[in-house]
Design a protein around this ligand. Structure first.
Ligand code: CA
Length: 222
């Protein structure tokens, strides 16, 4: 999962970033409205966390503009303001939820996960293909009824492939989805993860297989 964090307070940004990383999320983080706006309109994020008071503008304006440009990612607004008017304005501008500072990391995570699980979003379902069953909320995979353990990065990879089962998923797209800016990604990171995941699935007698289309990407099919 790839999250955008726009918050100008460096300490808070670090705190939130670390908390999200511990949950296995890839985080792109910025401290200005300008950078945040550029990121939210160019990358397809699973969710964004947006501070309202930014040094070069109002987060509310970022939100309004992003929505007007068709950005659909759920947005959780962070603010020190507690007025009802701000809350209403934020929701009107397209925020999905609101969190007033100070907050506990647990609460932020719970709210964020709830936003990403909303019906209608691509997340939160059980994915099934042949004898593979992936519960995307519990992050648990069963093959032929048996739970198999899969490391987090490979799990994310499998989820992306299953959501597009039978279709080619470009390698570059997977790289963008699984790694944040600044993560160290070697040229064969995805290949290595695919290789391991394929061995794991075959070893558990999965009746769907991952195919490589050299130079293009990957697809999973029964
Ligand atoms: Ca601020």
């Amino acid at each position: 999962m790839r999250i955008l964090l726009i918050e100008d307070n460096q300490r808070l940004r670090k705190f939130v970033r670390e908390g999200l990383k511990l949950e296995g999320m890839a985080v792109d983080h910025f401290g200005t409205a300008r950078e945040g706006m550029a990121a939210i309109t160019t990358v397809s994020y699973d969710a964004a966390i947006l501070d309202l008071g930014l040094p070069d503008g109002d987060g509310m304006e970022v939100l309004r503009q992003a929505r007007s440009q068709g950005v659909q990612a759920p947005v959780l607004v962070l603010t020190a303001r507690d007025g009802i008017k701000d809350r209403v304005d934020g929701l009107n501008a397209g925020a999905d939820d609101y969190l007033t500072k100070p907050f506990a990391m647990e609460e932020l995570l719970a709210r964020l996960k709830a936003l990403m699980r909303r019906p209608g979003s691509a997340l939160g379902a059980t994915l099934e293909l042949a004898n593979i069953r992936f519960d995307t909320i519990a992050r648990e995979v069963q093959i032929a009824g048996k739970v198999i353990s899969i490391p987090r990065r490979e799990l994310d990879l499998l989820e992306h492939l299953l959501r597009r089962a039978g279709r080619v998923v470009p390698k570059q797209w997977l790289e963008d989805e699984l790694y944040a800016y600044g993560d160290e990604v070697s040229s064969n990171s995805i290949e290595v993860a695919i290789h391991r995941l394929r061995k794991r699935l075959d070893g558990a007698n999965a009746s769907a297989h991952i195919h490589t289309l050299r130079g293009v990407g990957y697809l999973i099919q029964a």
